[in-house]
Design a protein around this ligand. Structure first.
Ligand SMILES: [Zn+2]
Length: 374
């Protein structure tokens, strides 16, 4: 499942291509994962400018705006282009279409409301609850969940025929290639470009909302924001007796961390995954806060971790210290990395760098209940 660094990498790789464009159409072949119903999402998106694309937790968020006077470019072309249907997948962030100067995101971005005004300045349990949806005609949110990914379909230019929807009989460069595998939805933009939402396992979600807080209110602190401090983390942990790893995976505590980076942060902090949250020492909380931030930043620098074909563009897997390294030597001390099950999740740790929590009560039971990873 893509975690914070992978989602952030996707946003950064595609923001420039998206911001300043206008949605002209939306189609889905899997309406069950679209909220509200596809027709309502299509009505909400058509004619809306993409003022910003950003990330909150594991959500990709499009801040929408009413098009400004100079952003009506290509409207006719866009309306013609909506005849396109899902087809021709290309890797995301490749083959960028050059955007005419007059259509730069800054020219098209409305002076007010500013996308930054609409974006929570400091996403947190408190600030995220502030209503910030009144300044925008709405937000499009995409959650990739287990296997979702974004790709670019070939643009459909004005006057072009609707691409063949068939997957059979494809040959020759003048014949449209088939859809990207598992295309579930297509967002058409005013330049004819089509953003494909592909999802093999169909757990991904496409949401439109006028009030962003209706989706984000329960999300925890953003670990890369300045407000994520050792003091805040200590405050979050002292109130919870659950084990530290499930706490890190709880999106209402810290947002965006998944299985990979929880394991990596705990190793860097020297904390056993079964340590109760309220028994983490102040010094260890400091180490953990630093470890979370540093591992997430490193992962973003490496475009995330490529764990399978769903997300092939990252290189962080070459720098992981415990995740997926069962039996291999700890990069710190040389001890063999072990695997446990913690809260149904495969968990990787170095038994020497991350000693089991003291005390027969919680720590002992926790350890006995953890079974080796199959
Ligand atoms: Zn070690």
């Amino acid at each position: 499942m893509p975690e914070l660094p992978e989602v952030e990498s996707i946003v950064r790789a595609n923001r420039d291509r998206l911001v300043g464009r206008t949605f002209t159409d939306f189609e889905t072949s899997w309406p069950r994962n679209t909220l509200p119903a596809p027709d309502a999402v299509r009505d909400a998106l058509r004619g809306r400018l993409i003022a910003d694309v950003w990330r909150r937790a594991k959500y990709i968020i499009f801040t929408l705006a009413a098009p400004s006077a100079d952003a009506g470019r290509g409207a006719d072309a866009g309306q013609k282009a909506v005849a396109g249907s899902p087809m021709r997948g290309a890797p995301l962030a490749t083959g960028h279409t050059k955007r005419p100067a007059a259509l730069s995101p800054h020219a098209a971005r409305p002076a007010a409301p500013s996308p930054h005004a609409a974006r929570p300045a400091a996403p947190s349990p408190l600030s995220a609850r502030r209503s910030n949806g009144r300044q925008s005609p709405g937000y499009l949110l995409i959650h990739l969940r287990m296997s979702g990914r974004l790709e670019w379909g070939d643009p459909v230019l004005p006057g072009q025929k609707r691409p063949a929807a068939t997957r059979s009989g494809i040959s020759g460069s003048d014949v449209p290639r088939p859809d990207a595998p598992h295309t579930r939805a297509v967002f058409t933009l005013d330049d004819g470009a089509r953003l494909l939402f592909c999802d093999a396992r169909k757990f991904g979600r496409i949401l439109w909302t006028r009030d962003l807080t209706s989706v984000t209110a329960d999300l925890g602190v953003e670990p890369l924001e300045p407000e994520f401090t050792a003091g805040l983390l200590a405050d979050l942990l002292t109130r919870r007796s659950g084990r530290i790893k499930p706490l890190l995976l709880d999106q209402s505590v810290v947002a965006g961390i998944g299985n990979i980076y929880a394991d990596e942060a705990l190793h860097r902090a020297g904390l056993h995954p079964l340590t109760p949250g309220n028994r983490v020492s102040p010094a260890a909380v400091k180490r953990l806060c630093h470890a979370i931030r540093s591992v997430l930043r490193a992962a973003i620098r490496h475009n995330g971790t490529s764990f399978d074909w769903v997300y092939p563009t990252g290189t962080m897997q070459d720098h992981l210290r415990v995740y997926g390294r069962t039996g291999e030597a700890c990069r710190t001390c040389g001890t063999a990395i072990e695997a446990l099950r913690v809260g149904q999740r495969g968990t990787h740790l170095c038994p020497r760098c991350q000693p089991a929590p003291r005390g027969a009560s919680s720590g002992g039971r926790a350890l006995r209940s953890a079974s080796p990873r199959v």
